[in-house]
Every structure is written in structure tokens, then in C-alpha cells.
Design a protein around this ligand. Structure first.
Ligand code: ATP
Length: 234
């Protein structure tokens, strides 16, 4: 049985339909990448799963139960934690305080504590007493990931972690995903920048205009297929 799955997921902003029956599946200890151009509906998919958009038509099932009607705090309690686009650190709090904020949502049993997060991203330990927003963009992204991990989520939903970062920094951040997965967490990575996402994902979904246009293991998908599914070009 899948750990998390959407079936026929549909979402609207007022009259505007952003998702048209999206089916995705995430298995235990799996990393799935959802790729697609700006506006494809990737963030809407994550917002629907995490309860930020509620009562969407279609099904969202987690661990066998229907969660589509749950509010965001209840989804968090179940162990589904989002790393939001744009990091959203608290400017008046230190790096360490920003990390500890993640504990308030839920504390599941698991691998993650301040110490293991500092092992994952040693640079954060060096800067732990500095204001979170004084760090570089890449380091702030590490804080946002650490803040999500400290709740020991079963599912980590990551929205465009590479946005605005230099390729070398993106590589450092992506190096963390296999280590996170090794602790037993399942991961959904939303990306416009597909290079790194395809390297760490077990399976990939490509979205265009609110629909899934391609699914498969990265090794089974050709560049041409991905290009066509991403841009709609043939
Ligand atoms: P991005 O990379 O820009 O985040 P995305 O694939 O995540 O793109 P979404 O943000 O999910 O796409 O947006 C899907 C569609 O819904 C787009 O056409 C977008 O303009 C529209 N949309 C997103 N948020 C809202 C909103 N709050 N109100 C109205 N329309 C919205």
C-alpha cells in the first residue's frame, strides 16, 4: 500500500482550475520528484496535500486514511511536513531558534535532533547563534529543511529548494536527500530545475497545465520524453 496518494485531485482558485485530476503515489522510504514549468500546478499539489488548500475534490490518502478535509495543523500532526518555497525563516530568531520552531508542530520519534541536523549541515552549527536571515540563501534553505526535519516527519514535502541558488549550492543541498531518505522518511521534491531532482528521485512525475503528463523512474525516461511532457513540445 502506498504511504501517500492522491487520486483525481482537483483544485480551484476562485473560478480558475489549477489541477485537473492529479494521481500521484509515494511509497514508504521513497523519493519522488514532481517537475514542471512555472505555473504547472506543482505548488498547488503540495498545498492541497498539506491542508493549506482544503476540501479539494478528489482523494488524498495517507497511511490508508482519507486526509483531504484536514486542516494544515492536523496534517502536520500526522507527520507530513512542508519545506515552503521561499524558506520563510523568522528574521528575529537565531539559526538554532529557527530550527527549534519546527518542534512545535509535532515531535515524532525518529532520527532527527539538533545534533543530527548539525551533522547533516555542519555549516549551520558554525552559525547557530546568528540571525537566520543573516545567512546566505543556500544556508537559509538548509535551515528550512532542518526546521522541517526536527519534527521527525514521515513525509517531507519540499517546494523548489533550488530556487535562486547557485548550482554548487544546489548540489550541496541535494546531497542531503539520500541521507534523509536513509533515515526512513519519504520525500516529495517539487522542482523547475530538473537536473538535480532527477539524480535523487526514485520516480518522477512531470506536470503541465494542472495535469500529470509523464511518470516513471528517471532511468527509464528519455530526454525527449521529459522535454515533451514539460513543455508540451513534440
Ligand atoms: P511555480 O513554479 O510558479 O510555483 P507551480 O507549478 O508550482 O509553479 P502553481 O503555483 O501551483 O504552479 O500554480 C498553478 C496555477 O495556479 C498557475 O496558473 C497560477 O497562476 C495559479 N495560481 C497559483 N496560486 C494562485 C492563487 N493564490 N490565486 C489564483 N491563481 C493562483
Amino acid at each position: 500500500m502506498a504511504l501517500l496518494e492522491t487520486h483525481g485531485l482537483t483544485a480551484f482558485y476562485g473560478d480558475f482550475q489549477a489541477l485537473f485530476g492529479v494521481d500521484i503515489t509515494l511509497n514508504e522510504s521513497e523519493t519522488v520528484a514532481v517537475i514542471g514549468a512555472n505555473g504547472a500546478g506543482k505548488s498547488t499539489l503540495l498545498r492541497s496535500i498539506s491542508g493549506l488548500i482544503r476540501n479539494v475534490p478528489g482523494h488524498i490518502r495517507f497511511d490508508g486514511g482519507e486526509i483531504g478535509a484536514l486542516a494544515a495543523p492536523d496534517v502536520l500532526q500526522l507527520g507530513i511536513t512542508m519545506v515552503p518555497e521561499g524558506r520563510r525563516l523568522f528574521p528575529s530568531l537565531s539559526v538554532e531558534e529557527n530550527l527549534l520552531i519546527g518542534k512545535y508542530g509535532r515531535v515524532g520519534n525518529g532520527a532527527w535532533s539538533l545534533d543530527t541536523i548539525y551533522d547533516l549541515f555542519p555549516v549551520l552549527k558554525e552559525h547557530r547563534h546568528r540571525p537566520g536571515t543573516a545567512l546566505s540563501g543556500g544556508q537559509q534553505q538548509m535551515v528550512a529543511i532542518g526546521r522541517a526535519l526536527i519534527s521527525n516527519p514521515r513525509v517531507l514535502l519540499c517546494d523548489e529548494v533550488s530556487l535562486g541558488l547557485a548550482p554548487v549550492v544546489v548540489r550541496d543541498i541535494y546531497a542531503a536527500f539520500p541521507k534523509i531518505r536513509a533515515t526512513g522518511a519519504s520525500i516529495v521534491i517539487i522542482e523547475q530545475d530538473i537536473g538535480q531532482a532527477l539524480k535523487v528521485a526514485d520516480r518522477v512525475y512531470c506536470m503541465m497545465e494542472g495535469r500529470v503528463t509523464l511518470t516513471g523512474a528517471p532511468t527509464t525516461l528519455s530526454r525527449e520524453d521529459i522535454h515533451a511532457a514539460y513543455f508540451g513540445a513534440h
